[in-house]
Design a protein around this ligand. Sequence first.
Ligand code: PDD
Length: 290
Amino acid sequence: MKGYVVSINGRFTTAAKAQVSVFDHGFLFGDSVYEVVRTVNGRLFAAGPHLRRLQASAGAIGLKLPHSAAWFERHMRAMHKKKPRTESYLRVIVTRGVGLLDLHPESCPKPNVIGIAKALPTWADEHYAHGCKIVLAGIRRNLKQATDPAVKSGNYLNNVLALMEARRENAAEALMINAQGFLTECTTSNIFLVKGGEVKTPGLDQGLLEGVTRGFILGVCRDLKLPVQECALTPDDLYAADEVFITSTTRDVMPVARIGNHRVKLTPGRLTLRIANAYHDVLHNPANLT
Ligand code: PDD
């Protein structure tokens, strides 16, 4: 675990010494929420939207965050400063805390806050130059009426299984459909397609995480005056698309070249490149950095 910075309840420790109780309900039941923020030129990118989402995730599972957004922001900055490097991947996890071996959280008086930072992962240049491969996973995204995928919780087992499907086929990501057969999102990224000059992405009602990058990309499309729609999309829409790309905090805009054995028409497509370039400006806009 070299190169990691770890903190428990605001106190820094070494990765080797960092320990959380086996009775933490985050460990026992996946009863936790988290966020991932990246730095750009050593400053936090879009900390505000990420921390608002953390608050919303915690609220959705009835977990009271033990600190203010300002505290989390200061702490993430301290995590980056602890090991200054080019850019950091900063994760904060809030668990239900230690309690009895019993589902109900009434035995957990105090949430645990864990910080883990590492160097921002880099993806193969090839993925950006020629597009990555994704697969359509067999495993489905949760119903909105189950644990709502809009909640960024520690329950990622569907995503883990989907990613295992992807790796078996040498793919970078796995796209999940919902119970009705509509596209939702990938295991740690959102999906977009371009058809006839129009940009489309699955609507939030399909059950997916409202990606912070996704939100910026919708804004970029509007600024570029590109028609953009959040709507219900099927695998057939994806196969018929001219361009496909995925977005996330760590990937920015990554073109998709293949979906399983299907080859996407254009990779990287003209509009994907325009959007990626415009997003680069968003990433470096001082208004988004703190
Ligand atoms: N994951 N969908 C899921 C299920 C995700 O876990 C993520 C992010 C996204 C993209 O969201 P954003 O643009 O806010 O990063 C979509 C982070 C990066 C992670 O778990 O590492």
